[in-house]
Each structure stands twice: as structure tokens, then as C-alpha cells.
Design a protein around this ligand. Structure first.
Ligand code: ZN
Length: 357
């Protein structure tokens, strides 16, 4: 155990120096690692007509594409982009070697066939599991290392099935923990409110892959592949697009907060004044609810009482939006006001008055 602890301490304090001073000599770039769970000889959880490894890969690629398209300053790295087997320590090494700022691991949950399957999304951060259920999820996800050669040596005697192996998971730097929790809350909120998933909360458990990365990190269990309703959604294109978009919206919010903090640190290291944040380049969210070739009057009945309504022209088409917010939670509340009237309404982003796609 003593070697364990030494290794973990080294690992924590070695990594800690880096993110505490975000403005100091750091390049402007931001790197996010997107980790599609399982792959190759490891299918992950198996549903009645789908496999976890396919769902995680699809959502991971969609999420990455959204980030790449909309954040030119962000580098997206995938731990896998096809159906290949990648060991857990390799996934972590990819992130650590890239000195990534964020690590997002994507999974689907499952319970054995003889149990009634729960339903819903849960977002995990590294920690000591507070409940037996959380330990079970971690055990299941960690057990993929049994497919790796020399796993006992590679993970310093870690045995995924042994509760004592999890004691060391208590050590995580506060800084990472706080940032991980922040992202986890945003992702969970967005998947529940924007994608309409059942809320199974942000949780803590001892995931090996999260332990090995030296940066804020989360692991999302998108839903239960062992639940019929969840599986149907998880494997559908509509579901995958929506979940990728929800994680993306949460990423936006996290990145914006990160940029604000960096700006404060690098420009005004002493004052930390909130006023140094320029409103330029701020992302604005609106709810788009209608597209038409016609230009309608502000009080037109086609708006079903929504007022005031904004309109922008995209090619030859008029697009109508309602509400405006710079905060994700706020815009999701507005989306919920609009959805009973326009069920296909969705969130769009503007920067300096121009829609970003
Ligand atoms: Zn998994």
C-alpha cells in the first residue's frame, strides 16, 4: 500500500502545479480528450440489439465534430476513432501526453439480465463511491483491464473486483475535483433538461481511467442499455445527436468559464475584477422555433403568443428565435417555455450577433 500512496501523491502533486496558475506562460490553446468507452474485442455492455462500444463511439465522434466546428481554439483528441481496443492506461496516456485540459469519457450503463433495469443518465467524477451501486458501476467499467496483458503490474496491483483496491481513490486534488464537478453538473443538467433523460444525478466512484488522468475529468453513463426505452433512444440517430449536443452545450459553458478565469489571471493577476471580461465574443443562446420563407409581423399569430421574437435571415430563409441568455440553465428554462407550443424548438448560439453553427 505504501508504494501505492507514494505513486498517487507524486501523481497528484506533479499534476497540480500546472492548472493552479492558468495564466502563467500557458499557451492559449485548450485541449479536450474525448474517450469513447470500450472498443474492439471489448464490446462493453450488450443490449438486446446494440452494443455499448458502438453507441459510445458514435456519440464521441458527434461531440468532437461539434466542438471542432465551433471552437477553433480547441484541439480535440480522440482515444479511439474506430472499433479498436484501447487499454485504459493507454487512454490516460493519450490525455496526459497531450497535457489536455479536460477528459470526457463516454459510456452506457447496464444491469444483469435477471434484474429490473433502471433508466437514466448519471455523470461520474472520481471519488470514493458513496453507495454500493456506484461501486458496481466502477467495478464493471474497470473490469475491462482484465482483457489487458499484465494488468496487475500496469495498474500496480489494482484488482477491479476487490473493494480494498478502491481505497486510494480518495486522493484527488481539490482543484481537479472542483472543476470536474462543475463540468459534471453542467453535463448532467444538459442531458436531463435538453435531451429529456431521466436524472440519476452526479455521482462519485472509483473509475480507473479517471484516476490515471492528470486533469479535470468526467465519465458519463448516457443511459441503461439494459432498459428497453433507454436502449431505443441510445441507439437512435436522434438520440445520439441530442446527447452529443447536450454534452457540447455543457462543454461550451465550461470553456467559457475557463476563458473568463484565464483572462482574469493573465491580464490582471492582482485585482481579479469581474469587469475585465469583455462582452465581445460572448456566446449568446437563443431558442429557435420556426423557419419560414415568409417574413412575419412581430404580432403574427404564427408565433402563438411568443413575444418579443427575433428574426435572422439564413440564405433565403427566415429563422425565428425567442429569448436570449448567456447562461445555459437560463436558456434551457426558456426552451421549456417554448416547447409546448413548438415541439421542435432547439437552442442556437450567436456570437457578436451572428449565428454560429
Ligand atoms: Zn462502459
Amino acid at each position: 500500500m505504501s508504494t501505492h500512496i507514494k505513486v498517487i501523491f507524486l501523481f497528484i502533486f506533479g499534476g497540480l502545479l500546472f492548472p493552479v496558475f492558468p495564466g502563467m506562460g500557458q499557451t492559449k490553446g485548450f485541449t479536450v480528450v474525448i474517450d469513447a468507452g470500450h472498443g474492439g474485442k471489448d464490446p462493453g455492455a450488450i443490449g438486446s440489439s446494440s452494443r455499448e462500444k458502438d453507441i459510445t463511439l458514435s456519440v464521441a465522434k458527434k461531440l468532437g465534430a461539434l466542438i471542432e466546428k465551433n471552437h477553433k481554439d480547441v484541439k480535440v483528441i480522440y482515444t479511439r476513432k474506430d472499433d479498436s481496443f484501447v487499454a485504459l492506461d493507454r487512454r490516460a496516456a493519450i490525455a496526459n501526453n497531450a497535457k489536455a485540459n479536460l477528459f470526457i469519457s463516454i459510456h452506457c450503463n447496464a444491469v444483469p439480465k435477471n434484474r429490473n433495469s433502471p433508466q437514466g443518465v448519471e455523470t461520474f467524477i472520481l471519488g470514493l463511491h458513496r453507495s454500493k451501486d456506484n461501486l458496481e458501476v466502477a467495478k464493471k467499467e474497470n473490469s475491462v483491464i482484465l482483457l489487458e496483458e499484465d494488468y496487475s503490474q500496469k495498474y500496480e496491483g489494482f484488482n477491479p473486483q476487490e473493494p480494498e483496491s478502491y481505497i486510494i481513490f480518495e486522493f484527488m486534488s481539490d482543484q481537479y475535483l472542483k472543476q470536474s464537478l462543475h463540468l459534471a453538473s453542467l453535463v448532467q443538467y444538459s442531458l436531463v433538461k435538453n435531451s429529456g433523460r431521466i436524472n440519476r444525478d452526479v455521482r462519485q466512484a472509483g473509475f480507473l481511467v479517471l484516476r490515471e488522468v492528470a486533469m479535470p475529468s468526467i465519465l458519463v453513463e448516457l443511459g441503461y442499455i439494459s432498459n428497453r426505452n433507454d436502449e431505443k433512444y441510445l441507439k437512435s440517430a436522434v438520440g445520439q445527436n441530442s446527447m452529443a449536443n447536450s454534452i457540447y452545450l455543457a462543454f461550451n459553458e465550461y470553456k467559457r468559464d475557463y476563458d473568463k478565469k484565464n483572462q482574469i489571471f493573465s491580464n490582471e493577476p492582482q485585482k481579479q475584477s469581474q469587469n475585465t471580461i469583455s462582452s465581445e465574443n460572448t456566446i449568446e443562446y437563443r431558442v429557435q422555433f420556426l423557419t419560414s420563407s415568409q417574413k412575419y409581423e412581430a404580432n403574427s399569430p404564427v408565433f402563438k403568443g411568443l413575444s418579443p421574437v427575433n428574426c435572422y435571415k439564413d440564405g433565403t430563409v427566415y429563422k425565428y428565435t425567442y429569448g436570449s441568455a448567456t447562461d445555459l440553465k437560463e436558456i434551457i428554462t426558456i426552451l421549456h417555455e417554448v416547447q409546448p407550443k413548438f415541439k421542435d424548438a432547439f437552442i442556437v448560439q450567436f456570437q457578436n450577433g451572428v449565428r454560429i453553427k
